[in-house]
Write a protein that binds this ligand. Structure first.
Ligand code: KIV
Length: 268
C-alpha cells in the first residue's frame, strides 16, 4: 500500500496561525542541499539560511565577512531542497544598512535568485524604516533583536541583552514596520516572555527561554558537529563530530589494510 506522506508546505500565514493556536514553531539553520533535505523531510517548519555560516561553515570568528553573493549561493541550494519547510535567508552585514534602497535591492535579489520565501535582517528601531520599505516591495521580513551578531563590534562581544525597555520598543517598531516574526537572541526568559505576550507576531527564541512562540538552533550546534564554541543555550541532540572521527578512522584503517574495497565493491 502506498501512502501519500507529502506534507502541506508551511506558509507565511502559518506563523501567525501557529502563534494564535499556541503551536510551537520549529526552526533550524541550513546551508547546503543535503542537510536541508534531511531537515525538511524530518518535518521542520522553517529553515533559516543564517549568516552563522560565517562561523560554522567558513570557520571565521564573526559573521561580518559573509557576503551577499555567498548568502545567495547557499540560499539557492537550501530552497531547492526544501519541499515543505518555509525558507528564510539572512541579509548579511552591509547588504542593507547603507540605505533602504540598498536593502530592497539585496532582499529582492535574494527572492529572485534563490526562491527563498522571506529574508531576515538584524536590528530594531534603527532598521524599522528599512523593514517597512522591504515589506512594501512585497518581500516578507523576519526581524532579529537582542544579541545581533552583525553588531558584535559595537556591542563588544556576544552578551545577553537585558535592556527591557529598548527590547520592547524594538519589537513594537518591527511589528509596526510589518515583520511576520521576530528572532529573540540571548534575551533573559522573563523579558522574552513579556515581548511574546505583547506583540501579535510570533517570537522565535535562541537563548531566550521557553516562552517564545518558536525556537531556532544552529544545526551544526544541535547535531554536535560544530565543537568550536558551545553557548549555554545549545542542547546537543547528537554527537556527529564523534561519529565522523570514528567512521573516518575506520575508513583509513580499512584502506591501509586492504579491507576496502572488497570484491562486492569492485567491478568485474
Ligand atoms: O545566522 C543565524 O543562524 C541566525 C540564528 C542564530 C537566529 O541568525
Amino acid at each position: 500500500m502506498t501512502t501519500n506522506l507529502a506534507r502541506v508546505p508551511f506558509a507565511l500565514a502559518d506563523f501567525g496561525r501557529y502563534k494564535r493556536e499556541g503551536t510551537k514553531i520549529t526552526v533550524l539553520t541550513a546551508y547546503d542541499y543535503t542537510t536541508a533535505g534531511l531537515l525538511d523531510a524530518a518535518g521542520v517548519d522553517c529553515l533559516l539560511v543564517g549568516d552563522s555560516l560565517g562561523t560554522v561553515v567558513q570557520g571565521r570568528e564573526t559573521t561580518l565577512r559573509v557576503t551577499l553573493g555567498q548568502m545567495l549561493y547557499h540560499a539557492e541550494m537550501v530552497s531547492r531542497a526544501a519541499k515543505a519547510a518555509f525558507v528564510v535567508a539572512d541579509l548579511p552585514f552591509l547588504s542593507y544598512q547603507v540605505s533602504a534602497a540598498q536593502a530592497v535591492r539585496s532582499a529582492g535579489r535574494m527572492l529572485k535568485q534563490t526562491d527563498c520565501r522571506a529574508i531576515k535582517l538584524e536590528g530594531g528601531q534603527t532598521v524599522a524604516a528599512t523593514v517597512r520599505k522591504v515589506v512594501q516591495a512585497g518581500i516578507p521580513v523576519m526581524g532579529h533583536i537582542g544579541l545581533t551578531p552583525q553588531s558584535v563590534r559595537r556591542i563588544g562581544g556576544y552578551k545577553v541583552q537585558r535592556d527591557e525597555e529598548q527590547l520592547l520598543a524594538d519589537a513594537h517598531a518591527l511589528v509596526e514596520a510589518g515583520v511576520f516574526a521576530i528572532v529573540l537572541e540571548c534575551v533573559p526568559s522573563g523579558i522574552a516572555a513579556k515581548i511574546t505576550a505583547a506583540i501579535e507576531v510570533p517570537t522565535i527564541g535562541i537563548g531566550a527561554g521557553p516562552d517564545c512562540d518558536g525556537q531556532v538552533l544552529v544545526t551544526p550546534d544541535m547535531l554536535g558537529l560544530f565543537e568550536g564554541f558551545q553557548p549555554k543555550f545549545v542542547r546537543r541532540y547528537a554527537n556527529l563530530a564523534e561519529t565522523i572521527r570514528e567512521s573516518t578512522a575506520a575508513y583509513l584503517a580499512d584502506v591501509r589494510t586492504s579491507k576496502f574495497p572488497d570484491a562486492g565493491e569492485s567491478f568485474r
